[in-house]
Design a protein around this ligand. Structure first.
Ligand code: C2E
Ligand code: MG
Ligand code: MG
Length: 435
């Protein structure tokens, strides 16, 4: 390890680990020194959602975290291995030896574990994950650039596969990266070509069976690929910032459609965390309401707790402004992330949406039942409406009714459908009013 050089140009001031330039040289040297039969592995590491920590807890905490990650890295790698900080929250390791694939796999597994262990920094307990991409020489490249590029492609794969994990480079990853670029171009064109459509799914009041709202859910009507669900394009739209335009489209469409519905039926629109970073959010909500003539009371905005994780001061201000306009705010997918009760204290949410995963296991898992009971109880005492997502059968509805859950949404009532089907969804016979 190139230690003891102090904070010169080749070493990052923050962690004293070699920087990208020195790493490049060390990798080159490593490649020259490997004897025939030797392998060399490059591991590229990237902390998961590091930016959220920086944004919410401040740069000094972020810096301290990076230092500690650097320390853990050095303590975990082998004596012959090189560690570097490539920049930001990106680190890299080079390993050399006889069977690097096996060694790299075991090191990557250990690194994921060691780096994910909680950190105590000042008064904060922080948990952060890491994603790792690995390339091997000679098979994945014989020069530093190629190896780094391929480790990077593998890193991209690790992130796409849910983060907190490692992936080896495979031929074809390049093709997939290419496919992603195509999808991005396609996505931009789709906005121009008007290929997006908003579908609606009814939300019913459990006690009366009445449809009280529809959730707006985005669909992409692709000329070749048919109807595409949001999971296949929203993450990319978020990465590229296209979600801001898409989100405005959904807001406008949803408000315009809802203005034609009965007065006592609301519309719920999902907002991405990326939209909160855009300074235009309040203006687009105001414009969508004004253009459609929809009363602000009839608009619900659904956010996930990841919105609250980022730059919380600014986010809370925006949320309070929206609420002051009369718009209601729901906490979506509750139970899937940190689900910290402090989120419920940090903002006066109007509604908690209990994630589908708890509802689907309601009849089979006691802990799901216990969680639903706790959340509906919490909602009751805090005066917050609770909505169960993903209700698919009568048995689930019955249990939810017994627990006093306020509203339910799911395939039991209807899948999401185009706006032209709203009248039909409103007409469908009411549910039994009681058990
Ligand atoms: P979400 O907001 O939690 O929406 C509920 C999802 O659960 C929808 O998936 C819906 O079709 C599905 N669902 C509803 N009832 C059932 C059920 O009984 N069983 C099952 N298996 N699934 C059910 P969808 O439409 O594919 O949307 C997925 C996610 O994409 C949404 O989750 C939301 O996070 C995001 N999304 C959708 N439209 C938008 C949008 O306009 N903007 C943003 N930012 N995100 C959106
Ligand atoms: Mg939602
Ligand atoms: Mg949800």
């Amino acid at each position: 390890m190139a230690g003891g050089a102090g904070q010169d140009l080749a070493h990052g001031a923050l962690t004293s680990l070699p920087n990208r330039v020195l790493f490049h040289e060390q990798l080159e040297q490593g490649l020259r020194q490997t004897r025939s039969g030797d392998q060399l592995a490059v591991l590229c590491l990237d902390l998961d959602h590091f930016k959220d920590i920086n944004d919410s807890l401040g740069h000094p905490v972020g810096d301290a975290l990076l230092k500690e990650v650097g320390r853990r890295l050095e303590a975990t790698v082998g004596e012959q291995d090189t560690v570097a900080r490539l920049g930001g929250d990106e680190f890299a390791v080079v390993q050399t030896g006889r069977s690097e694939e096996i060694a790299a796999r075991s090191l990557a597994g250990r690194l994921v574990e060691v780096i994910s262990a909680p950190y105590q920094i000042d008064d904060h307990q922080i948990v952060i994950g890491v994603s790792i991409g690995i390339s091997l020489s000679p098979q994945d490249g014989s020069n530093p650039d190629e190896l780094l590029k391929n480790a990077d492609l593998a890193l991209y794969r690790a992130k796409a596969d849910g983060r907190g994990t490692y992936r080896f480079f495979e031929t074809g990853m390049d093709a997939r990266a290419q496919a992603r670029r195509l999808l991005e171009m396609d996505l931009r064109a789709a906005l121009q070509r008007d290929e997006f459509q908003v579908y609606y799914q009814p939300i019913r009041e459990v006690a009366s069976g009445r449809v009280v709202a529809f959730e707006a859910l985005l669909r992409w009507n692709h000329p070749q690929r048919g109807l595409i669900a949001p999971i296949s394009f929203i993450p990319l739209a978020e990465e590229t910032g296209l979600i801001v335009h898409l989100g405005e489209f959904v807001l406008r469409s949803a408000c315009t459609d809802a203005a034609t519905w009965p007065d006592d039926v609301d519309v719920a629109v999902n907002l991405s965390p990326v939209q909160f970073k855009s300074p235009n959010l309040i203006a687009s909500v105001t414009e969508a309401l004004a253009a459609s003539g929809l009363g602000a009371r009839r608009l619900e905005l659904e956010i996930t707790e990841s919105v609250l994780l980022q730059n919380s001061e600014a986010t809370l201000t925006t949320l309070h402004e929206l609420r002051a306009m009369g718009v209601r705010i729901s906490l979506d997918d509750f139970g899937t992330g940190y689900s910290s009760l402090s989120y419920l204290r940090s903002f006066p949410f109007d509604k908690i949406k209990i994630d589908r995963s708890f509802v689907s296991e309601l009849a089979t898992r006691e802990d799901s039942m216990a969680i639903i009971r706790a959340v509906t109880g919490l909602g009751r005492s805090l005066g917050i409406v609770t909505t169960a997502e993903g209700v698919e059968n009568d048995a689930q509805l019955e249990l939810l009714r017994r627990e006093g859950c306020t509203q339910a949404q799911g395939y039991l009532f209807s899948k999401p459908r185009p706006a032209s089907d709203v009248a039909m969804m409103l007409e469908r016979p009411r549910l039994r009013a009681s058990a």
